[in-house]
Structures are given as structure tokens and as C-alpha cells.
Design a protein around this ligand. Sequence first.
Ligand SMILES: [Fe+2]
Ligand SMILES: [Fe+2]
Length: 281
Amino acid sequence: MARHVSLPGQMESQQLPPLEQSDDRAAYEGVLRYYELAKRAEWQVRDLPWSEMPPIPEYKGSPQKLARRRDMWRSVVTQQLQADELAVEMATQLFRMAPDPEAKLYYTTMVQDESRHTEAWLRLVDAAGGRGEPDPYLDQLAKMQIEADTLEEKVVNMQVFYERLIIPRFRLIARSSRGTVLEDLCNRLTIDDGIHHGSGMAYGRVLIENAPVKTKKKIVESSNRMLPIFAQHALWRPKARELVGALMRDTDVRRLREDLETGVRLATSLGLDVSDVQIPS
Ligand SMILES: [Fe+2]
Ligand SMILES: [Fe+2]
């Protein structure tokens, strides 16, 4: 049974016992641990090395080459800004929908994290010369996520899948942008999204254990609708990275395959039957 706790800014009419006094909340302890962890890991946008380092990598060469490189990095930053803007909406929805007080507490930190990520990307995209072209598939995925019926689908898609798959991407960007604000930010986001993913695994396990068969079916159905768009998103390249895109096509396809395998493995470890999941080819 879900109990209520008083959250900041929320008036509760009932007087309720603190979380630790309850004896039937053991299953939610994992989620609470992530709440504590998230608070300890919090940082501020001003902590980034804005005045010591260039925002994005700097090169030598012809003005055309410099412009091309800058457009490429602007486009990398734009995609991450777009993803975090959408993440604020998704995290807010998770906060609103989650019936369990431990999860609600935890989601307050995730809303805060995604807002701070957006703030950092906004500042970085400005410093890098402005926004580039948005990824249309990312908008489609976000729309599906926001419109999904159940909390279980949302936790599995966002925290178990997307927030796990973004981590190696951040590492890759950090490795290619040494000595920049972008690298510093990506390193911080690797940790934050590690927490977002870990908490989603902890909460997802409890949700799925208690979910009716109908809800579990819905998760698989929603994965089957989402995965083909996810594949398009993974292989999409904006104009500014078209040339790199052609060279990277094989790598992108291989990474997509690895991502999908990871997704299936994670879903299985949550206790989901993945035999009906259709992997796009
Ligand atoms: Fe984020
Ligand atoms: Fe996140």
C-alpha cells in the first residue's frame, strides 16, 4: 500500500510515520538509497570550468575546416540539449505518477538533475555558437514516452533503457573532447545517468514484481513500437555530421545492435518475458 509523506511544498492532511518506522517498505530501500546518493552527487553549473577551458575542441586549419568542425560539435551539443530538455518533462511525469513515497522523493532529485543538465547544455550551446538541427526521431520517442499509459512502461523505457544506453555515448564524447567544458560536463553526466539508471532498475524491479500480466504485456508492446524509432534515432545524422555519418555507418549499426542486446538483457533481469520483443534488423 502506498503511504504519503510530506514533500517540500506539499501539504498533507494526515500525520504519518517516518519512512524508517514502516516494516513493509523493505522492497523500496534500494530506491531510497539512490535518493541519498543523488543528493550527495549533486553539482552546480557554475562548478564547470567555464573560464579555464574552451567550451568545445579547438582546431588549427583553414576557416572552412574550422567552421565545419564547429558545426559538428554544435550539433553534438544540440542533440544532448534536446535530450535533456525532453528528460525534464519525462522526469516530472515520473515524479507526478509514482505512487510510492520513496520513489517520489527520489524523483525530486531526478527532476532537479535533468533541469541542471539542460541549464548546462543551454550555456554550452551558446558558447559553441548556437543551436544546430534537432533530431526528429528523438522528439518522436519522447512523445511516445510521455503518452505511454503505465508508469511501468515509462520507468523501463526511460531509466532502464535510454539512461543506460547514453552512458557509453557520454564516455565517447568525453574521450573525443579532452580539455574542454564539454568533456567535464559529459563526465558528470556519466555519473548522474548512472544514478538515474540504477534507481530505475531498483524501482522497476519492485514495480514489475507487483505488476499484473496485462501491464507486463504493455511494456513489451510499447518496446515493439519504440524500438524501430530508436533504431532510426541511433542511425540519424544531422547535415553537419553527414560526412562523418557515412564513415561511421558500420560503427553506428554495430553500436545499435549492442544497445538492443543490452536492452533485452536488462529487461530479462527485471523479470520481463522478452520472447515477444521484435528486434529491428
Ligand atoms: Fe540528463
Ligand atoms: Fe538522466
